[in-house]
Design a protein around this ligand. Structure first.
Ligand SMILES: Nc1ncnc2c1ncn2[C@@H]1O[C@H](COP(=O)(O)OP(=O)(O)OP(=O)(O)O)[C@@H](O)[C@H]1O
Length: 377
């Protein structure tokens, strides 16, 4: 198939509306003027400290070539911003669809269809030596035809460094509820960390929220290490099959050597329930407000919340925005918890220093070639 040439330079794109906001970026629906095509553009503030990971994200998105991974058409720098131009996924992410229309989670066949797409994407990444490291519903995009794509390679990492294949990494990154025990412990970890996050994502899609999402970040990490692995409950989750329960249990094994690879997991009987993109369209996309309308509603709600209480919002945290955590503070906190009573309590003050990465602030009306004002929070 002939490859289109997407132009570089902000003057070639008309930003139409905001459709998403992450911890480090704002995403817009836009028109590529020379090609008369709708695209999505992720705009990131170029923080000198984050240059390496930002460049890695753009590079990874340009190189991936798999139907279940979000690809970039092109990327370029404009002023102090990196623009990543990518295909527009008209239904947005699974998290937002769920929050607006399925607050208690999706039905099993929908979950199987979404997860099969994600797992195929992960299989490809792992095969090419990449770990995603931030698998969650907020990073699973859906197109108007029900196609599923895993996105956001902002914290992904290569196991090939300087040409050598490393079997593991030991950086502390990800989003607390979805983080594998070995990542929290800063032990060497590999592909299996994605399988843990995949299992947590399965529970998130089944219940409408990730396990432990009601707790503060440090407590989530503490419970991930100390409590029994989360799973589907025999009594309260009766609507789900045994096959689903077992598939999740296979992913949420604390010793990564006991976890299956993406390739092996794809053969699990649970994925026999997966259907076509048409099924996703019929079951979850019909009658859904547009991605832009949903984004506006969320922005308005968040701004309202910020006015009400100027502190880090637990709600934003529940949405699964990636956090940078001070590991030493965490360790001290865990030690104190064990000295107290071994059981973490939500009422205690969370000592974790949370720093959100640079955020691109938007103005409600975006005019052609007008960059919104920036804000560092
Ligand atoms: N190609 C796209 N088409 C439609 N919507 C998109 C697209 N890419 C991203 N979005 C929307 O924008 C949101 C934020 O994007 P993304 O997760 O890439 O940002 P981020 O800053 O890396 O987020 P975080 O670090 O908090 O996970 C997504 O959750 C999704 O709703």
């Amino acid at each position: 198939m002939e490859r289109k040439n997407y132009p570089v330079g902000s003057e070639n794109y008309h930003l139409v509306e905001e459709i998403g906001r992450g911890s480090s970026s704002t995403v817009f629906r836009a028109i590529c003027k020379p090609l008369h095509e709708t695209v999505a553009i992720k705009i990131l503030y170029l923080d000198q400290n984050d240059l390496g990971s930002i460049a890695y994200e753009a590079q990874t998105m340009m190189l991936v070539d798999h139907p279940n991974l979000q690809k970039a058409h092109c990327s370029f720098i404009s002023d102090q911003y990196l623009w990543i131009v990518m295909p527009f996924m008209a239904a947005g992410c699974c998290l937002r669809i769920m929050k607006s229309d399925f607050p208690n989670g999706y039905e099993e066949a929908v979950i199987a269809t979404i997860l099969r797409g994600v797992l195929r994407g992960l299989e490809y990444m792992h095969h090419h030596g990449d770990i995603h490291r931030d698998v969650k519903a907020g990073n699973i995009l859906v197109d108007s035809n029900g196609e599923i794509k895993l996105s956001d390679f902002g914290v992904s990492a290569s196991l090939f460094d300087a040409g050598d294949r490393k079997c593991s990494r030991n950086d502390f990154v990800g989003t607390p509820c979805w983080m594998a025990p070995e990542v929290i412990m800063e032990q060497n970890y590999g592909y299996k960390a994605d399988i843990w996050s995949f299992g947590i994502t399965a529970l998130e899609l089944a219940h409408g929220h990730a396990p432990f999402s009601e707790f503060l970040p440090s407590e989530v990490l503490y419970r991930t290490l100390r409590a029994a692995s989360p799973g589907l409950d025999h009594k309260t989750d009766k609507k789900f099959s045994n096959s689903f329960r077992k598939m999740i249990a296979m992913c949420l094994v604390k010793d990564p050597s006991g976890c299956p690879s993406a390739q092996r997991l794809l053969k699990h009987s649970f994925f026999k329930n997966a259907r076509s993109g048409d099924y996703i369209v019929r079951k979850i996309l019909r009658g859904l407000p547009t991605v832009g309308d949903r984004a506006t509603e969320i922005v308005l709600k968040q701004e309202d919340m910020v006015v009400k209480k100027r502190k880090i919002s637990q709600d934003e945290y529940k949405q699964g925005i990636a956090w940078n955590l001070e590991v030493e503070d965490l360790k001290t906190w865990w030690a104190s918890q064990q000295l107290l009573d071994g059981e973490a309590s939500t009422s205690r003050k969370d000592p974790v220093v949370v720093q959100q990465r640079g955020r691109f602030k938007v103005t409600p009306e975006i005019e052609e070639s007008t960059m919104p004002e920036t804000s560092r929070q």
